[in-house]
Design a protein around this ligand. Structure first.
Ligand code: GLV
Ligand code: MN
Ligand code: MN
Length: 408
């Protein structure tokens, strides 16, 4: 039996593993990440799966089909969080998938394919500034240069993996082959307001918007805040302020575009010193890759021009880029059928947020099911869902799994 109570309780349990007292922050390869992994490994084993931690730090469980070694339907989501996060983004998908396997196992049901559930170690990219390290390794798209990426304390990913007890040399072994994975399906909270506005508990995702991420470093001249006349200043933070507003203006030009400066650091960072250096990030997303590319080019041009005018040196690095990931028609049709079989209206909608399917589409067709969240709020501690919606989501996912037919 599916238990929405257990799904909600498990999300609460995972949320207790946080570096932020009274809130939720759990980054990749942290002690809190280890504790969450232990919980999930235990739940997977209770649900009849063989479960292990893979070389990139994903928790990976497998429930064999009618015979051992069959190709799998892969399910999952991520176990890391943003800073001061809600407790459902990522985690709901992992615990709901385990709940579905448990329901099959408790009824001794084996399917004509295996099921695998993965709790990806890094989707948000908070610690090392590059996202989807876990799912990219599974897709065979892990970039070894990322091993030298550093966290804010200066520790490399390679060192963090070793300290976690993992062997970075073995990351290539995490890769799955195309024929081994029949499809990837992820349940996730919507993180937007559409389902709530239409009074629907679930929705079928059509595609995941692409994103581009930049890191911009502005170098001006630090100086005395009391002595340097305004016209002689090369204030890196004032230049950055113009850049932030420019990103907002450029992205607002098209209703399909969004652009965000989510992180900014000014140094030396004293009340009486003109800021000499600023580093900030830019995140641009769109449902069409050409639109996103043209926005990024414009942002780059404008940053360069305004820094020239202000005599500021500028370096713009491409941190990461992932193109639009369409969900497969044949999987959407099966997900639609699962929704309708639960007596719910079928609503298709795109995803503005990024998800592990963007990486996994390299090895398998992907599908996603969204669950309504309160007020569309996410990446915020106020993120909330109802137990009834968690149940509706898990029931649809279980129907999808039970009725899954390979493309044929
Ligand atoms: C992940 O949550 C993202 O869309 O940034
Ligand atoms: Mn997120
Ligand atoms: Mn997420």
């Amino acid at each position: 039996m599916l238990s929405s109570e257990r799904i909600m309780q498990r999300c609460d349990q995972l949320a207790r593993h946080s570096e932020l007292p009274g809130g939720l922050t759990r980054v990749f390869l942290s002690p809190e990440n280890r504790a969450a992994n232990e919980l999930v490994l235990g739940w997977m084993r209770e649900a009849g799966m063989q479960a292990k931690l893979d070389a990139i730090g994903n928790v990976a469980g497998r429930y064999e089909g009618e015979r051992p070694g069959l190709p799998c339907l892969m399910l999952g989501s991520h176990l890391d969080t943003v800073r001061d996060a809600g407790k459902y983004d990522g985690m709901l998908g992992v615990v709901s998938a385990i709940e579905c396997v448990d329901s099959l196992h408790s009824r001794n049901i084996r399917l004509p394919f295996a099921l695998e559930v993965i709790g990806f170690g890094d989707e948000e990219g908070v610690r090392f500034g590059t996202t989807m390290l876990g799912s990219r390794a599974v897709a065979g798209a892990f970039d070894c240069n990322n091993l030298q990426a550093r966290d804010p304390q200066g520790k490399t990913l390679e060192t963090a993996l070793r300290e976690f007890g993992l062997d970075p040399q073995k990351i290539p072994q995490v890769k799955r082959n195309k024929g081994d994975v029949l499809a990837y399906a992820e349940l996730h909270i919507e993180q937007g307001p559409v389902l709530e506005a239409e009074g629907l508990p679930v929705g079928v995702v059509t595609a995941i918007n692409g994103f581009s991420r930049l890191r911009v470093t502005l170098s001006g001249m630090a100086g005395h805040a009391g002595t340097v006349p305004m016209r002689l200043r090369r204030d890196a933070l004032a230049a950055a302020a113009e850049c932030v507003l420019m990103v907002e203006r450029v992205a607002a030009r098209d209703a399909e575009l969004v652009g965000t400066v989510g992180r900014i650091e000014a140094s030396p960072g004293a009340i009486n010193v003109i800021p000499g250096k600023v580093v900030f990030t830019v995140d641009v997303r769109a449902p069409r890759d050409e639109l996103r590319h043209s926005c990024v080019s414009e942002v780059r041009r404008e940053i360069t021009a305004l820094c020239q005018r202000r005599r500021i040196l500028v370096e713009i690095e491409n941190l990461q880029e992932l193109g639009v990931a369409p969900c497969a028609g044949w999987l959407m049709a099966q997900m639609d059928r699962a929704v309708a079989a639960e007596g719910l209206r079928v609503r298709r909608l795109p995803s503005g947020a990024g998800h592990d399917g963007m990486a996994l589409k390299e090895i398998a067709d992907i599908a996603m099911l969204f669950v309504r969240c309160k007020g569309g709020v996410s990446h915020n501690p106020a993120e909330s869902i109802s137990a009834e919606d968690a149940e509706a989501g898990a029931k649809v996912l279980l129907r999808f799994i039970s009725g899954f037919e390979t493309r044929g």
